[in-house]
Design a protein around this ligand. Structure first.
Ligand code: NAD
Length: 247
């Protein structure tokens, strides 16, 4: 039997990239999937791939930055599946520019989705997880939330916040048998990084001792570990998945 058999996992931002890879890896480990993204039709590809692995997949339109949308979405997920065992807060955006040029709207959009979204989703699943007497939350942060990065004031602040929020969640909910951990990816080959200039991408690979960008599956493997029983005594931690870029 797979180690997530009988578990229900929510993955936000599951339409593509790292979120899709996480959904497929959790499904391969036996979990049923509640897939969340801004539009349900964007999730069709991920849902078909989860079902091809023999697991149940349902799609939910959730804007993680809106408490109304999050609360309605999690209520619909609990109604559909009857339980929530795993939450992966993966949805995230960038709006990169230097501090001097960064608008209030650039700051707010990134903080609302990347940081407030994690809080709203965590708050919404806390009660169903408490009723189930356990759960696992995995937040997708970033190495730049630890190191900082020129041109990403909003993004780095949001990801540093996610790491701190992960620790607080671990402390508040640990006694209810709910664990919270984070992964901090480095340079991963996805649509988010595809839009960066070729020269910058080449420079980034030079900083990676493993001399290649990570693949979404590299991140998904570590998320599956943190979500599963092998990580039963791992709580409040951030695991860097960056090929040694930051150490
Ligand atoms: N790609 C990298 O190199 C890298 C590195 C470090 C961290 N990350 C983090 O990994 C996560 C996934 O990144 P990716 O590269 O796969 O990005 P991506 O842009 O390919 O996918 C992000 C997904 O989130 C969804 N999304 C955006 N706003 C949303 C909202 N308000 N509500 C619900 N869903 C929303 C998008 O529709 C999309 O499907 C993000 O949190 C990102 O910050 C990525």
């Amino acid at each position: 039997m797979s180690n997530l058999a009988g578990k229900v996992a929510i993955v936000t931002g599951a339409a593509r990239g790292i979120g899709q890879a996480i959904a497929l890896r959790l499904a391969a480990d036996g979990a049923d999937l509640a897939l969340a993204d801004l539009k349900t039709e964007w999730l069709d590809d991920t849902a078909a791939k989860v079902r091809a692995l023999g697991r149940r997949a349902e799609c939910f339109a959730v804007d993680v930055a809106s408490s109304e949308s999050v609360n309605a979405g999690v209520a619909a997920i609990v109604a559909a599946f009857g339980q929530v065992d795993i939450l992966v807060n993966n949805a995230g955006i960038t709006r990169d520019t230097l501090i001097l040029r960064m608008t209030d709207a650039d700051w707010d959009a990134v903080l609302d989705i990347n940081l407030k979204g994690v809080f709203l989703m965590t708050r919404a699943v806390a009660k169903p997880m408490m009723r189930a007497r356990g759960g696992a939350i995995v937040n997708v942060a970033s190495v730049v939330g630890v190191t900082g990065n020129a041109g990403q004031a909003n993004y780095t602040a949001s990801k540093g916040g996610v790491i701190a929020l992960t620790k607080t969640t671990a402390k508040e909910l640990g006694s209810r048998n709910i664990r919270a951990n984070a992964v901090a990816p480095g340079y991963i080959h996805t649509a988010m990084t595809e839009k960066l200039p070729e020269e910058l991408r080449a420079q980034m690979v030079k900083l990676v001792p493993l001399a290649r960008p990570g693949e979404p599956e590299d991140v998904a493997n570590v998320v599956a570990f943190l979500a599963g029983p092998d990580a039963a005594y791992v709580n409040g931690q951030t695991i860097h998945v960056c090929g040694g870029m930051v150490m």
